[in-house]
Design a protein around this ligand. Structure first.
Ligand code: SAM
Length: 283
């Protein structure tokens, strides 16, 4: 009998996966975690009914959340990843030779443990890199209290449900601003505008209050159902976002990072927003 697992992120619409085998399912201290072999996308992780990562398309999201900010910056050294327990963002961040320190603040140790067990190819050794510093704590607490300062803060969070809710608040964004170095940039997982427009609108209104430069950029992640997904962008230096294509290309070539989705041209094009998204984030 064929088994299906449905994504329940949206109450009245969603995708489903034909399941080969469920590998892990439990309620952790923070959320419901299921990992299964799908017949279409390889291994899949879901948290509280929402797709987090699939082996088939993880490269899109992890490359675009990491390389757009890090190649927009001249020489990023200190990076903070909030969430990101699967290790995919950490993997891509550590490919940048300029990065000296990558702090990963993940609230749920079980996500890291199960990702290492069932998705070792996603972190690909990133958790063992000597530049990595893993903290198991709530991201809202870390950014409120840390003395660390960062060139990029990448919020690879779940959606604003459960433990992820606090990572979409004005207070959290204000704390992130406090922890950014001069010219630093905050990038956030901000959902699929076509289905989660209100969340994006809210984040952008906070960004406009707190930062000189705020917008979002887009990428099409096939299993983040509902169209292109938005990465929130906030910085106190608009020159970071408007870095020249030639400079981005030069940094990309020098770093010699192999990618499957990100290119300097895709980087620049990702900030070209459809009218409905532009209206969402500016009104
Ligand atoms: N790429 C995925 C997406 O776009 O939905 C996110 C992947 S990653 C698995 C999301 C992580 O955020 C989870 O491991 C979850 O435990 C973590 N998380 C949720 N709320 C958090 C919080 N308040 N502080 C730190 N980590 C949190």
């Amino acid at each position: 009998m064929t088994r299906w697992i449905e994504e329940t992120l949206f109450p009245h619409w969603g995708q489903r996966f034909c399941v080969g085998k469920v590998l892990f399912e439990d309620k952790t201290e923070h959320q419901h975690l299921v990992i299964f072999e799908s017949t279409s996308h390889g291994r899949v992780m879901m948290l509280d009914g929402a797709v987090q990562v699939t082996l088939a398309d993880e490269f899109v999201y992890h490359e675009m959340m990491s390389h757009v900010p890090l190649f927009a910056l001249k020489e990023p050294k200190h990076v903070l990843v909030i969430g990101g327990g699967d290790g995919g963002i950490l993997r891509e961040v550590l490919k940048h030779p300029s990065v000296k320190q990558a702090v990963l603040c993940e609230i749920d140790r079980t996500v890291i443990d199960m990702s290492l067990k069932y998705f070792p190819e996603i972190s690909a050794g990133a958790f063992d890199d000597k530049r990595t510093d893993v903290r198991i704590e709530d991201g809202v607490k870390l950014v409120a209290e840390t003395h660390g300062r960062f060139d990029a803060i990448l919020v690879d969070s779940t959606d604003p449900v459960g433990p992820g809710s606090v990572l979409f608040t004005k207070g959290f964004y204000a704390s992130c601003r406090r922890c950014l170095n001069k010219g630093g940039v905050l990038v956030t997982q901000n959902g699929v505008p076509f289905m989660q427009g209100a969340e994006l609108k809210q984040s952008m209104s906070y960004f406009r209050e707190l930062f000189e430069d705020s917008t979002c950029y887009l990428a099409a992640v096939p299993t983040y159902a509902g169209g292109q997904m938005a990465f929130g962008w906030a910085s106190n230096d608009h020159k970071v976002r408007t870095a020249k294509l030639a400079d981005i290309r030069e940094r990309f070539m020098a770093a010699a990072i192999a990618t499957k989705y990100y290119t300097p041209a895709v980087h620049k094009a990702a900030f070209a927003l459809p009218a409905f998204v532009d209206r969402l984030i500016t009104n």
